[in-house]
Write a protein that binds this ligand. Structure first.
Ligand SMILES: Cc1cc2nc3c(=O)[nH]c(=O)nc-3n(C[C@H](O)[C@H](O)[C@H](O)COP(=O)(O)O)c2cc1C
Length: 255
């Protein structure tokens, strides 16, 4: 068959397509388990980082051994064994009508539409009890849903840290939620006062000389909408629809 023949041209193109398709799909299948492992490692690293526990030079797996993963029933605020903590996927559950509740827009400041009935929380425990608790948080900013973790100290009201591991806010504006300096401003702030959620992300800077500064966080410059989104989602997850029942149970020693 001549090199200029139409059937040879199509034949070569078809053979190339088949070879490429086989290579690409084999790579996708072969690499999937590695991708899953790396995704889990990344999540663990974010959990540790949000609580200020991430150390360089020690494997994530080793560091995560000190963390216990528990599932909490958000309605009662009690830990539950109804689902397996290691395999429970809260993100998947929040899309499943059998595993989540639909939120009325008036009761949905974080704009998440549905909230899973169970949430996965992470605990750093010592003989004295809980040293840190790391709570998953999510909510809408300007362009995207932000997914992250908020960590509390052993008093269950002082913020140990915050971090978002997924969002598509604009770099330099809403994307400044990832700025280590802004995140450092959360550490030591008071999330609750006399059981009430008092943490508040301001539009603008915190005036440290004013009353309430101990529970206020600087807003993100030029990103009022992301700032408001973060304020809404943090207050939602610390509130009655989120982890407040758990915090109350833990304080009473009954979770
Ligand atoms: C290209 C572009 C990207 C923007 N990204 C963000 C963002 O990620 N987060 C945000 O809050 N505002 C973002 N803004 C700015 C908002 O539109 C808005 O002006 C800003 O939140 C300030 O609101 P204010 O004027 O009420 O203070 C962006 C604006 C432009 C033009």
């Amino acid at each position: 068959m001549g090199n200029d023949s139409i059937s040879k041209t199509f034949g070569v193109a078809l053979a190339l397509c088949i070879v490429c398709a086989v290579v690409v799909s084999s790579a996708a299948v072969i690499l999937r388990p590695t991708q899953e492992v790396n995704k889990l490692l990344d999540l663990k690293s974010n959990i540790l980082a949000s609580a200020g526990l991430l150390k360089q030079g020690v494997s994530i797996e080793t560091q995560f051994e000190q963390i216990s993963t528990r599932v909490v029933d958000l309605e009662t605020g009690r830990f539950t064994d109804a689902v397996d903590a290691a395999s429970y996927d809260q993100r998947k559950a929040s899309k499943d009508p059998a595993m989540s509740v639909a939120l009325d827009p008036k009761q949905d400041p974080a704009k998440i539409k549905r909230r899973a009935n169970y949430a996965t929380v992470y605990l750093l425990e010592t003989e004295q009890g809980i040293e840190k608790i790391i709570l998953p948080i999510k909510g809408y900013g300007l362009w995207s849903t932000l997914y992250g973790f908020l960590a509390l100290e052993s008093d269950l009201q002082t913020v140990a840290g915050i971090g978002f591991y997924e969002h598509t806010e604009t770099p330099g504006l809403g994307g400044e939620v990832d700025n280590p300096r802004w995140k450092a401003g959360w550490i030591g702030k008071q999330a609750y006062r006399q059981g009430e959620v008092v943490i508040n992300v301001l539009k603008g800077k915190v005036d440290m000389s004013r009353e309430g500064a101990e529970s206020q966080i600087d807003g993100l410059a030029g990103a009022t909408l992301t700032t408001r989104g973060v304020d809404n989602l943090v207050r939602y997850w610390l509130g009655d629809e989120g982890f407040r029942p758990l915090i109350n149970q833990l304080k009473a020693g009954e979770a």
